[in-house]
Write a protein that binds this ligand. Structure first.
Ligand code: 5CA
Length: 438
């Protein structure tokens, strides 16, 4: 992508409304714009990041044996009357009336719709287990939308729903999701800590929140400091195995949010405890037959009896993850994207646009990197070098390649990792080899 043609409305000043780094940086880097309270447009740079995160989430869900569907954003109120949640959900639900005066709503979550799909399609235990997921916009009319997309009213969620014949099967499904969540967040460069949680409006009796540590997080957290050195990707996982030992291992260390933390029962001494704040990026629930009983989602078991299907639901805040990654990875100058969610891998800076030799060297690097399948943002504008460097620092692409007249004369470009380290002057071919891994 050529910067001269790219829609990237960056801001020089810090926007007054932004209280935390991720909100400030997303506005300044031209990733999002507010439309109304808690409702945002995603501009090209922001949408690239959102899509990359979505893809990591999708790959991990697929690997764990889930199947992707897409349910409607607008739902009929009658399904929620059936589950008994229509009144309970209160003012957070955006209620809509269609032209026939039928009550509808903009889905805050999809347990009812998916249970309706299931009961219309599955009759026998032989067709179980199933685990269906979607990545879809949700609406919750939050009392206090804040921190940009971190607590929005409209937000992008991955939600999936498991269906099993019995409790033991449902726990297996829950465990698969537990492990898939640890892997997903680790692939995004985040340390996530599963913590026992209240199940709130979703209901149920087994529930974990996945919390990423960040000073600006909304939840106070208390945990064993050993959590900070864990690496879920070091484990080889076979989703067909019994994953209970893995879940046991990953819940052995103490971790609790303030709702659950109780100093009198906490196994760690006060001074051995890590205290901090965190962002809830995922939440998983096992709730058994809560919805299937209320909505008549039954299957026949091997003895021919009708039994209510055992269910769980599992959410990841895909749009919130954009903010969480920035909170975990930024510095004074801007965002520092990990490779797995970066909008482009490389920022190519032409330090003297209009100079024939610089233009030619940049065009050649740009073409060769693009041909190698590497996504490049090429700053070909006629701007001062300082302006270009400052913008590259702000938008945080993992690699910067700067090409100027002196380097071109010597056949070199300067390669620098955004995450740190000095710029290195290297021959063009070496720069290419480093970036393409050849
Ligand atoms: N039905 C269940 C699981 S599918 C559910 O809705 N769970 S949830 O309420 O915990 O939401 C799942 C995830 O969505 C949360 O962990 C959080 O990361 C994200 N999320 C929830 N509310 C918001 C919000 N207002 N803005 C941004 N992300 C949110």
């Amino acid at each position: 992508m050529r910067r001269s043609r790219y829609f990237l409305p960056t801001l020089r000043e810090n926007p007054a409304e932004a209280q935390i780094a991720s909100h400030r940086l997303m506005l300044r880097a031209g990733m999002i714009r507010q439309s109304s309270a808690g409702i945002y447009s995603w501009l090209p740079l922001g949408l690239r990041v959102l899509s990359r995160i979505e893809q990591v989430v999708r790959e991990e869900m697929d690997a764990a044996g889930c199947q992707e569907i897409l349910m409607p954003a607008i739902q009929p109120a009658e399904l929620w009357e059936e589950s008994g949640r229509y009144q309970d959900y209160g003012k957070e639900m955006l209620r809509i009336t269609d032209r026939h005066e039928r009550p509808m709503l903009f889905g805050p979550t999809h347990e009812e719709v998916v249970t309706d799909i299931f009961r219309g399609a599955v009759r026998s235990y032989r067709d179980l287990p199933q685990n269906l997921y979607q990545i879809q916009w949700k609406f919750r009319d939050e009392l206090r939308p804040r921190f940009g997309i971190m607590r929005g009213r409209e937000f992008y969620m991955k939600d999936n729903y498991s269906f099993d014949i019995d409790h033991a099967g449902a726990v297996r499904s829950y465990n698969r999701m537990f492990v898939a969540y640890l892997r997903t967040f680790a692939r995004l460069g985040l340390t996530s800590i599963p913590m026992q949680a209240e199940s709130g409006a979703i209901g149920g009796d087994l529930s974990h929140e996945f919390i990423v540590l960040a000073d600006t997080g909304e939840s106070a957290v208390y945990c064993d400091p050993a959590w900070l050195d864990t690496d879920p990707l070091a484990l080889a996982i076979d989703y067909e195995d019994d994953l209970q030992p893995v879940v046991d291992e990953w819940t052995r260390l103490y971790a609790a949010t303030d709702d659950k933390h109780d100093p009198s029962t906490c196994p760690l001494a006060e001074d051995a405890l890590y205290r901090g704040r965190g962002i809830e990026v995922g939440h998983i629930f096992y709730f058994g037959t809560k919805y299937s009983k209320a909505m008549g989602a039954t299957v026949t078991d091997p003895e021919g009896n009708d039994v209510a299907v055992e269910m769980g639901s599992y959410g990841i805040g895909v749009s919130r993850l954009v903010g969480a990654i920035i909170e975990a990875s930024h510095d004074e100058a801007g965002i520092v994207w990990p490779e797995s969610s970066a909008p482009f891998a490389v920022g190519l800076i032409n330090l003297r646009a209009g100079d024939a030799a610089c233009d030619e060297a940049c065009e050649s690097l740009y073409a060769r990197l693009t041909d190698a399948g590497i996504e490049v943002l090429y700053d070909d504008r006629d701007e001062r070098a300082g302006v270009k460097f400052a913008e590259m620092e702000l938008i945080g692409l993992p690699w910067q390649v700067a090409v100027g007249p002196r380097g071109v004369a010597a056949g070199t470009a300067e390669l620098k990792a955004r995450a740190g380290g000095e710029a290195e002057a290297l021959p063009f071919d070496t720069v290419l080899a480093r970036l393409t891994g050849d």
